[in-house]
Design a protein around this ligand. Structure first.
Ligand code: 173
Length: 317
């Protein structure tokens, strides 16, 4: 009897230990061969190595698993537990998501000035998400073109967008078309678009340099890519797993200075491959960037009269 009990206990202990291990299913809204995803997969590998018995992340895939613009809803409803995505891809859940591109305050400072708490209040209320960490920062967006312009006037041009660029490019006179990143190459190849909005980096991941002639300088806004977690999952997992995930995500976010040097390299790589910079005079540059900011916040406040002004107070300079 005693022996049997001991035997049973001995058999149960490891089972209990593994039962405590949390596994999170993560998808990426960006294509799998893209650098953000490669970087995140490396992060996951490290997390999994140190997280045995506590937490494991299972990378499910990119837009082939869940289409780019449906990833937000998949996190909200718990179809997946976590995602690597950007706010522009889930404005269907909440217009506020796209305001993070307007941040002139780094993620590190957003954690200090209350922005992080505000974001989490809104994300919880509207998207059932925990906003875990911002893993791209210090990165401007640019307009890339295949037709030359000599002033910031996009009349007659068809430009690929996401919500990030819509108000700004329309204000410059463009006709716009929304696509996921995975459709840009084909749209360029077929001549369906004359250009597109995208960060200063990452053209080469998807071979867009083959189909791109010009980049308009200066850049504008601040590309945001983040890890978000289904809120029920976040709250329901053991404290140990949650703390570990949080610590690992903070480590990832703290590497954001990396983007500063990477962006310089990528700018050079674009020049080396023959992408020409279109530049204006200093006054036009200032007006261009100012206009981006102005229409960006006007759009954010119109879409969310409740939270737009609060976000502006904490994110803008
Ligand atoms: O697809 C996009 O152009 C876009 O909105 C975006 C946002 C953040 C990083 C990269 C792309």
């Amino acid at each position: 009897m005693k022996k049997t009990l001991l035997f049973t206990l001995a058999a149960l202990v490891p089972a209990l230990a593994t039962a405590q291990e949390t596994t999170l299913r993560l998808v990426s809204a960006f294509p799998e061969n893209q650098f953000y995803v490669k970087r995140t997969i490396e992060w996951i590998e490290k997390l999994n190595k140190g997280g045995k018995g506590v937490l494991q992340i299972n990378f499910i895939g990119g837009p082939k698993a869940i289409p780019t613009f449906e990833v937000g809803n998949a996190v909200k409803t718990g179809v997946v537990d976590m995602a690597l995505t950007t706010g522009a891809y889930y404005t269907n859940l909440m217009p506020e998501a796209d305001a993070l591109k307007l941040a002139e305050v780094s993620a590190t400072d957003q954690r200090k000035n209350g922005a992080f708490e505000l974001i989490n209040k809104i994300w919880a209320e509207k998207a059932n998400m925990y906003y875990l960490a911002r893993v791209v920062d210090y990165t401007p967006f640019h307009l890339y073109l295949n037709k030359k312009i000599d002033k910031p006037d996009l009349t007659g041009l068809k430009i690929r967008i996401t919500p990030v660029y819509r108000d700004f490019f329309q204000a410059l006179g463009a006709a716009v078309m929304t696509t996921a990143p995975g459709e840009v190459y084909t749209a360029l190849e077929r001549g369906v678009i004359d250009g597109y909005g995208w960060p200063i980096h990452g053209l080469f991941d998807l071979n867009w340099q083959e189909k791109t002639k010009y980049r308009v300088d200066p850049g504008f806004y601040n590309a945001e890519v983040s890890l978000v977690v289904n809120l029920d999952k976040w709250k329901g997992m053991p404290a140990k797993a949650r703390d570990y995930l949080n610590r690992q995500a903070m480590d990832y976010e703290r590497q954001n200075d990396f983007w500063k040097s990477y962006n310089q390299q990528e700018t050079k790589r674009q020049a080396d491959t023959g992408i020409q910079a279109i530049t204006f005079d200093a006054a036009t540059d200032r007006a261009y960037v100012e206009k981006a900011k102005e229409v960006g916040w006007a759009g954010a406040i119109k879409a969310s009269p409740q939270y737009g002004p609060q976000l502006k107070k904490l994110l803008a300079k």
